[in-house]
Design a protein around this ligand. Structure first.
Ligand SMILES: C[S@@+](CC[C@H](N)C(=O)[O-])C[C@H]1O[C@@H](n2cnc3c(N)ncnc32)[C@H](O)[C@@H]1O
Length: 248
């Protein structure tokens, strides 16, 4: 699976039902998400994550944040309450259309298409915070790891990263199916039984692997917290930082 397939699948998901595809909840299928409620879920997440960074003694600058895989802008809008500028990048043009519709930042979020396996559009050391949630698991591990290296490259020394990604499947029926069943079978079930507009892959990223990739670029994980309890994956939110010249 390459980036073309990722782009095609997410473009279809974004054109069929973007808010449900971003926050998959069977109860919200068929237009169940209210815009305000959807954006409020982003604000709650960002407030909690920035609060946790502060508790850990990590206080990145507030000039520029990157929201990688911004989808419909749920988190980009929330980040704009804390950062002077936010860049939301996504691979699906249809998601970006929805993000622009929901933009309440007064023009402080720049929503951009990025369909490359890197972040070459952005200079080294150009963001104070890199945030990503519910994105890397949808990518084959090699691609996800390439983006992790790019997060470190574009982060300013002294900056912070928040990375939300499942660590592993839980031992539930669905978790075990995802772990052991062949992908073509899962894809068929998602399309035919569950009626997904396009398949959604799931690739957990174990903490040890993520830590190793970040460490190779000089970044360190300060904390990893479980979130989003009742699911079929163990979801972890990692709080990482890139020391500045004085080791902070
Ligand atoms: C489940 S949604 C999460 C959206 C957002 N992070 C949130 O939590 O509200 C996943 C998003 O990641 C995007 N995405 C997937 N692969 C990507 C890639 N390689 N580069 C940028 N965005 C990507 C999809 O198009 C989709 O909008």
């Amino acid at each position: 699976m390459g980036l073309d397939e990722v782009r095609a699948d997410w473009t279809r998901l974004g054109s069929a039902e973007p808010l449900w595809a971003v926050c998959v909840d069977p109860a919200k299928r068929g237009g169940g998400w209210d815009d305000d409620e959807f954006l409020a879920s982003g604000a709650a997440e960002i407030d909690a994550a920035l609060g946790r960074l502060a508790e850990l003694g990590l206080r990145p600058g507030r000039r520029r944040a990157l929201d990688f895989g911004c989808g419909a802008g749920r988190l980009s809008n929330a980040l704009a309450a804390h950062f002077a500028r936010v860049v939301g990048v996504d691979i699906a043009p249809t998601m970006l259309d929805e993000a622009r519709r929901l933009d309440r930042s007064g023009g402080r979020v720049d929503f951009r298409l990025n369909d490359r396996p890197d972040l070459a559009a952005f200079a080294d050391d150009s963001f104070d915070l890199v945030y990503t949630d519910l994105v890397l698991q949808h990518l084959p591990p090699k691609l996800a790891e390439g983006y992790l290296r790019e997060f470190v490259r574009v982060l300013r020394p002294g900056g912070a990263m928040v990375i939300g990604v499942p660590d592993r499947e839980r031992a539930t029926f669905k978790g075990l199916v995802f772990r052991f069943a062949p992908w073509p079978l899962i894809r068929l079930a998602q399309r035919r039984l569950l009626g997904y507009p396009a398949p959604m892959r799931m690739h957990p990223l174990p903490r040890a692997r993520l830590a190793a990739v970040l460490a190779a670029g000089g970044a360190r994980i300060a904390d990893s917290q479980e979130y989003w309890g009742g699911d079929h994956w163990l979801h972890l939110r990692h709080y990482a930082w890139l020391p500045d010249g004085e080791g902070r």
